[in-house]
Design a protein around this ligand. Sequence first.
Ligand SMILES: *[C@@H]1O[C@H](CO)[C@@H](O)[C@H](O)[C@H]1NC(C)=O
Ligand SMILES: *[C@@H]1O[C@H](CO)[C@@H](O)[C@H](O)[C@H]1NC(C)=O
Ligand SMILES: *[C@@H]1O[C@H](CO)[C@@H](O)[C@H](O)[C@H]1NC(C)=O
Ligand SMILES: *[C@@H]1O[C@H](CO)[C@@H](O)[C@H](O)[C@H]1NC(C)=O
Ligand SMILES: *[C@@H]1O[C@H](CO)[C@@H](O)[C@H](O)[C@H]1NC(C)=O
Length: 294
Amino acid sequence: MAPVLVLGAIVLMLNLASISSAQPHHGCKTRCGDVEIPYPFGIGAGCAIEQRFEISCSRTAADGIERPFINYWEVLSISASSGQSRVLMFIPTYCYNSSTGEMDSYIWDFYLVWPYRISNSQNKFISIGCNTIGYIYNTEKSTRYATGCVSVCGSPGDLKNGSCVGVGCCQNTVPKGLTSYHVYFYDVDYVDVSNSWHFNPCSYAMVVEAETFTFNSEYITTKRFNDTYEGRQPVVLDWVIGNATCEVARRNRPSYACRSENTVCVDSSNGPGYLCNCSVGYQGNPYLSGGCTG
Ligand SMILES: *[C@@H]1O[C@H](CO)[C@@H](O)[C@H](O)[C@H]1NC(C)=O
Ligand SMILES: *[C@@H]1O[C@H](CO)[C@@H](O)[C@H](O)[C@H]1NC(C)=O
Ligand SMILES: *[C@@H]1O[C@H](CO)[C@@H](O)[C@H](O)[C@H]1NC(C)=O
Ligand SMILES: *[C@@H]1O[C@H](CO)[C@@H](O)[C@H](O)[C@H]1NC(C)=O
Ligand SMILES: *[C@@H]1O[C@H](CO)[C@@H](O)[C@H](O)[C@H]1NC(C)=O
């Protein structure tokens, strides 16, 4: 049996005291390093629509560059018009240990809390490896879900760049409303696990951004998949305002987040809550008064 090392449960933990802000006050920073932080998000107290939309902006010790974070996840971008944020999440790995002849798992558990959900439209579940069953599951009652993804290969010559159909790479869709998941690895051929490990040191399985993921044969033969973002990969999160539908939210004017003229309210397609958008022909930030301009 392979030793399993559960490295960390990443939980988004935030203060319960809520400092909300109908509009950001003057002097709120709107950028962190190279990343724009649009309202309803904000950096620091009184700058976000409510506390769970606060983004921490910290200078990384290695290069001194400011970077935005949601808990442990570095934020790559936030879009006020699509209601989505791109973040880097840690990659669960399953590697052959040549000194023990066994597989070592480094598994991360993924937990999100309101207002975030894993985008079902922008991500997919992938598994990479030559003797690999990546198994993903969620035991929460409301979003129970499990699926597996199997990939095999006999030699590096079997692999095709851009092809993720069960040879070295397998992909599957993600259900709506997913807020947490666990990953586990199994071997396809568990009798002789060392068979492919002389050319395939590690397997991976996780939910990743679909648009930027393209299978490369080097993901099998090197550690490039893990090394590209220092052990992380981009994932798209959907976020929502409140938990109500547009119809209900509109009736409660003081807390209704679509502040600009020329906005439309859109019910989230991925669970409870709503989003704001500028009306057709207008552009800008619908959460700011006067934000949508023609
Ligand atoms: C807002 O409108 C833009 C442009 O029509 C569209 O691309 C985007 O998906 C819309 N956002 C939502 C949350 O519906
Ligand atoms: C292989 O396993 C041994 C014993 O558990 C451990 O000390 C070592 O760090 C492992 N090697 C790698 C590369 O993880
Ligand atoms: C895939 O692309 C990489 C470069 O990104 C190249 O080194 C490799 O040989 C290609 N693999 C195949 C099977 O064509
Ligand atoms: C993946 O990258 C991280 C960060 O650089 C590193 O700590 C970890 O050991 C790497 N894992 C593997 C299997 O290469
Ligand atoms: C929405 O629901 C979640 C979980 O039920 C809760 O944690 C969150 O505070 C709610 N948000 C609002 C604005 O009511």
